[in-house]
Design a protein around this ligand. Structure first.
Ligand code: GRF
Length: 209
């Protein structure tokens, strides 16, 4: 599959996907594009280092949502992208783009959804909320993208223990390590055609023997 990764930040998850492709752990996957809404995103540097095409679509460069939607659809088509992975993309993906990539667009979220997700719960805020709630476990979730925040069908999850001494930063760092392992694994399931979406749930077929 030809994958586009959308990222607004440092892009460490994007890097984990690049590394997995290079190691041969994502055999059927080609990195076709990195999209960002932030010209300074570290993810764009990572793409450049690995000769992956980039597209910067700044919010303020489009006066209307429709123009932003068209620009996104256009760049995805130009690069023949058939699967999208959001990795710290801090802008809502327009409905028409979600629809065009229905069941072919995933996101990674740093908690065990449906807990600690939704609008406004991103980055450090997620881990702060986890600590404030006093839960003993958090984790990472890869889910399909629908029209809301963090609500699409869950593909894979992995738990992470919350330690007594954790701060949002130490917790974020540990969850991020898990994310880096989990995201390439989830993408591989799609690349191997093992994911079946049944209503609100996802079924994963065993590996071909
Ligand atoms: C990750 O924690 C991811 O779960 C969230 O945004 C963060 C992105 O980090 N959606 P990075 O840019 O991949 O380092």
């Amino acid at each position: 599959m030809r994958l586009a990764v959308f990222a607004s930040g440092g892009g460490s998850n994007f890097q984990s996907i690049i590394d997995a492709v290079q190691r041969g752990d994502l055999p059927q996957t080609e990195l076709g594009l990195c999209v960002s809404n932030k010209p300074q995103a570290g993810a764009l540097q990572r793409a450049a280092t690995h000769n992956i095409p980039t597209a910067v679509l700044r919010a303020d460069a489009f006066d209307a949502e429709a123009a932003y939607t068209d620009a996104l659809l256009d760049v995805l088509q130009t690069h023949r992208i058939d699967f999208v992975a959001l990795a710290g993309y801090m802008r809502k993906v327009p409905s028409a783009v979600v629809a065009a990539y229905a069941d072919r667009m995933v996101n990674i979220h740093p908690s065990l959804l449906p807990a600690f997700g939704g609008q406004g719960l991103y980055g450090r805020r997620v881990h702060k909320a986890v600590l404030a709630a006093g839960v003993r476990w958090t984790g990472a979730t890869v889910h399909l993208v629908d029209d809301d925040y963090d609500t699409g069908p869950i593909v894979v999850q992995e738990p992470v223990i919350v330690e007594q001494a954790d701060t949002p930063e130490t917790l974020a760092a540990r969850v991020l390590q898990t994310e880096h392992r989990l995201y390439p694994q989830a993408l591989r399931l799609f690349a191997e055609g093992r994911v079946r979406i049944v209503g609100r749930t996802v079924q994963i077929a065993p590996p071909a023997s």
